[in-house]
Design a protein around this ligand. Sequence first.
Ligand SMILES: Nc1ncnc2c1ncn2[C@@H]1O[C@H](COP(=O)(O)OP(=O)(O)OP(=O)(O)O)[C@@H](O)[C@H]1O
Ligand SMILES: O=C(O)C1=C[C@@H](O)[C@@H](O)[C@H](O)C1
Ligand SMILES: [Mg+2]
Length: 195
Amino acid sequence: MSEPLLTVADSLKDRARAALGSRNLILVGLMGAGKSSVGRIVASQLGIPFIDSDHEIERVSRMTIAELFAAYGEEEFRALETRVMKRLLKSGPRVVSTGGGAFINERTRRHIKKGGLSIWLKADIDVLWERVNKRDTRPLLKTENPKQTLENLMNARYPIYAQADLTVLSRDVRKEIMADEVLKAVVEQKESAAS
Ligand SMILES: Nc1ncnc2c1ncn2[C@@H]1O[C@H](COP(=O)(O)OP(=O)(O)OP(=O)(O)O)[C@@H](O)[C@H]1O
Ligand SMILES: O=C(O)C1=C[C@@H](O)[C@@H](O)[C@H](O)C1
Ligand SMILES: [Mg+2]
């Protein structure tokens, strides 16, 4: 009985890998949507490198995101994020999970659009809030009413995230299930592009 199930799972990975080709797969969306954790699983399923742009920024600057915001401000952070994303997307295939504001910045968005297939992990406020309120490391949410700030960010950003090539609803299900949904979206994109 277990054999057909394994075959189905394997073929999803293989089909998604073939559909991606040498393109990068770039995960975009708000803080807490699951870009980093789901992206890591997707990369391992596809057998290609995983890079998280927030981690890469912290590695090259030898500072945390919170320290960068505090020392240089958001504008400088965005300029660094643009440079890092441009470099990361030069070659592929890779899975690149972005920081929540990366796709919102026009220059970074241009690099993403050129650099591969973008996928928006779209989540509602309750899912996001449940996840982000456990840690207070996100500088943009250090406000008097962080839940309201998150809602304001949703209102401002969702029309822009909607420009991503693909959208997957990020729900309260296991990360592995979300990763499978990402793989399915990649396969479906290729099939609809071919038809
Ligand atoms: N499907 C899921 N089910 C349960 N918990 C999840 C799921 N996806 C993510 N999480 C948890 O939610 C938190 C935020 O996830 P993650 O760091 O992947 O989000 P992100 O989109 O990368 O956010 P940021 O933009 O701040 O980097 C983490 O603690 C992660 O373990
Ligand atoms: O949504 C945002 O603008 C951000 C999200 C995080 O991933 C970090 O990139 C930083 O805290 C900014
Ligand atoms: Mg992340």
